[in-house]
Write a protein that binds this ligand. Structure first.
Ligand code: CO
Length: 283
């Protein structure tokens, strides 16, 4: 069953220029950006009130978005509809003779399940169907270890139906403090503190998300046999890209910062990115 228009995808050769243009013309707020390695793109989401705009820039020359841009110079790429049950929708359309572009729904941005129908069958428009992944993450707790209290982020994570246990770096002792199963989120913290937490607790966790960690040098302490999410404010983009390159298979999210206060990331944007990460890690 169709729920609503979810987003409109636009493919561009230069996302930075496109974001500046769209923000200037329409004043759209940048929600967050996410690298999607399996699709060979980085997706930048803008809040267009009743739906979102997804600005797509290719990260490798053989990705579908790179081919689209090479052929058509970019522009409207796809229209995405949110559905209540993505697997039921997939079966229904197959039974009607439509040909989805994947063998089954796959994971897209923010951990959503997605699939596409070929434009030949949908009036010339590439149509995406998407669904928030079933909240398998709700059963898992989140251990949030931060250098400063994050009341707003805590509230938002709890609103997702997640149990959150909050610690300060100074009150963290060892992995016995992790309720199982759990995702671990580190926000801020000096390299020494973050390394200590990661050494004391890693194997008990379903996934790790690192946000605002200040040094690439700490990466060797992580045994990332589980999904790793590295998020960073746009002011720290360069370091974050380096970190990500050293952790194959990890996901990188760049979040917009409040320009008045350079490293203050919107907690709603961080909560949204983390929610997608927990869901993807839980299945
Ligand atoms: Co899309």
């Amino acid at each position: 069953m169709l729920r609503r228009l979810d987003h409109v995808g636009i493919a561009v050769p230069d996302a930075g220029a496109a974001l500046r243009q769209l923000q200037k013309v329409l004043g759209l707020a940048h929600l967050y950006s996410e690298a999607i390695p399996q699709e060979g793109v980085t997706a930048h989401f803008l809040d267009a009130k009743t739906a979102r705009l997804e600005v797509l820039e290719a990260t490798r020359p053989d990705s579908p978005v790179a081919r689209f841009v090479a052929k058509r110079k970019g522009g409207l790429h796809h229209v995405a509809f949110a559905v209540a049950d993505i697997h039921a929708e997939f079966r229904r359309l197959k039974d009607l003779g439509f040909t989805p572009l994947s063998a089954e729904p796959t994971r897209g941005a923010a951990g959503k399940y997605i699939f596409f129908l070929h434009p030949k069958q949908t009036a010339g428009i590439l149509v995406e169907f998407c669904q928030e992944a079933a909240d398998a993450s709700a059963a898992a707790s989140v251990v949030l270890v931060s250098s400063t209290p994050c009341p707003s982020l805590l509230t938002r994570l709890r609103r997702l139906g997640t149990t959150v246990v909050a610690h300060d770096f100074s009150t963290w002792h060892d992995s016995r403090q992790i309720p199982a199963p759990a995702h671990m989120v580190l926000v801020g913290g000096a390299r020494r503190d973050a390394a200590r937490v990661l050494r004391s607790g890693p194997k008990a966790c379903l996934s790790y998300a690192l946000h605002l960690l200040d040094s690439a040098d700490m990466l060797p302490v992580i045994e990332h046999t589980v999904p790793l999410l590295i998020s960073a404010p746009d002011t720290h983009q360069e370091t974050a890209v380096q970190l990500c390159a050293r952790c194959p298979g990890s996901t990188l999210c760049i979040l917009p910062t409040d320009q008045q206060v350079p490293v203050r990331v919107d907690p709603a944007a961080l909560a949204q990115v983390l929610a997608g990460h927990f869901r993807a890690a839980a299945t």
